[in-house]
Write a protein that binds this ligand. Structure first.
Ligand code: ZN
Ligand code: ZN
Length: 313
């Protein structure tokens, strides 16, 4: 590489690191572990993947060592469809699938169940950014695997076409300035699994929406409320697999107004909408399936729905 090339490369990496800005929830005011309250010791010796590294670092700063090491990251997956760390009967049994695939940040261990319960049921809403930040590395991996724009492969994707001359230079500057530009532009929308009105009232918030808002804000991806939950069902966790699948089938409908809004803002040459659906847990995939069916039914162009969930149970 030429001297100039190296200098430019260095500038680019400085800009990229600067783009991974620290967030206010990890201000120095945090003294104890956000999860268990134990003292957090300063930690060193990071060796994390380049992009998304800031997320791991922030998590380490917000949690004590024992909480941090208890996170069962799902970074080696066996099932390409549901993102499980072990091979998978559910996906083989499924005869029809309308969503593309699921990826999850962590396995649903007892520690993760406890963290999610603190957040969802015990009023620790302040955990939202921490849990959402755990989605960042897997979001980056998913987008790099499937995205239209690929930073890693050094290629500008289909929608924009490879630039020439000045256009190409502008694209390069844009990428250098915004480390997430390629990731952001790979998605037409982020949306989330809605909860019932009754559940929203008792909890005060929708966890999937909070996780989605965090990602949408961080990566500057438009967020839409694309789905409606039609009827209240009992807690899914008390049901058998067959019961869940039957119940989920008619649980969602597309939110027409929001879908029209998305359509009006998407470039006319878009062949299919690439939509990222956020939820807290992926269990059998029946929620993802029902949401995909509802969106496909309402949208005027094909929908490629990917789901990103916090835990894979
Ligand atoms: Zn802790
Ligand atoms: Zn699977």
């Amino acid at each position: 590489m030429s001297g100039l090339g190296q200098r430019l490369g260095r500038l680019k990496s400085i800009l990229r690191t600067a783009g991974e800005r620290p967030m206010e929830w990890l201000s120095p005011a945090v003294t104890g572990c956000m999860l268990c309250g134990k003292t957090v010791l300063p930690q060193q010796g990071d060796s994390y993947p380049e992009r998304g590294m800031a997320s791991y670092r922030q998590l380490r700063q917000a949690t004590c060592v024992s909480c941090f090491v208890s996170i069962p990251w799902l970074d080696r997956i066996q099932c390409e469809i549901c993102g499980r760390g072990v091979s998978c009967g559910d996906c083989l049994r499924r005869t029809e699938r309308h969503f593309v695939c699921n990826r999850s940040a962590v396995g649903y261990s007892s520690a993760m169940r406890e963290w999610l319960a603190m957040y969802k049921y015990r009023g620790h809403e302040r955990l939202a950014p921490l849990l959402a930040e755990m989605l960042v590395p897997v979001f980056i991996r998913l987008t790099e695997e499937t995205g239209v724009f690929s930073y890693k492969r050094g290629r500008i994707g289909l929608r924009e076409g490879p630039g020439r001359g000045l256009q190409r230079f502008k694209q390069w500057v844009h990428h250098a300035w915004n480390p997430y530009a390629d990731l952001s532009r790979s998605w037409d929308a982020i949306t989330y699994v809605p909860i019932s009105g009754e559940r929203a009232q008792e909890r005060g918030f929708n966890q999937a929406q909070q996780l989605a808002l965090h990602l949408a804000d961080k990566f500057e991806i438009p967020i839409y409320d694309l789905l409606r939950r039609d009827r209240h069902t009992e807690k899914m966790s008390f049901k058998t697999r067959a019961e869940r699948q039957r119940d989920s089938r008619s649980l969602f409908t597309g939110n027409e107004a929001q879908i029209r809004k998305l359509e009006s803002r998407t470039p006319a040459n878009t062949e299919a909408y690439r939509i990222l659906l956020i939820d807290d847990i992926y269990t059998t995939g029946s929620t993802a399936e029902a949401c995909a069916v509802a969106l496909i039914h309402c949208a005027s162009r094909p929908v490629h729905l990917y789901t990103l969930t916090w835990a894979r149970s």
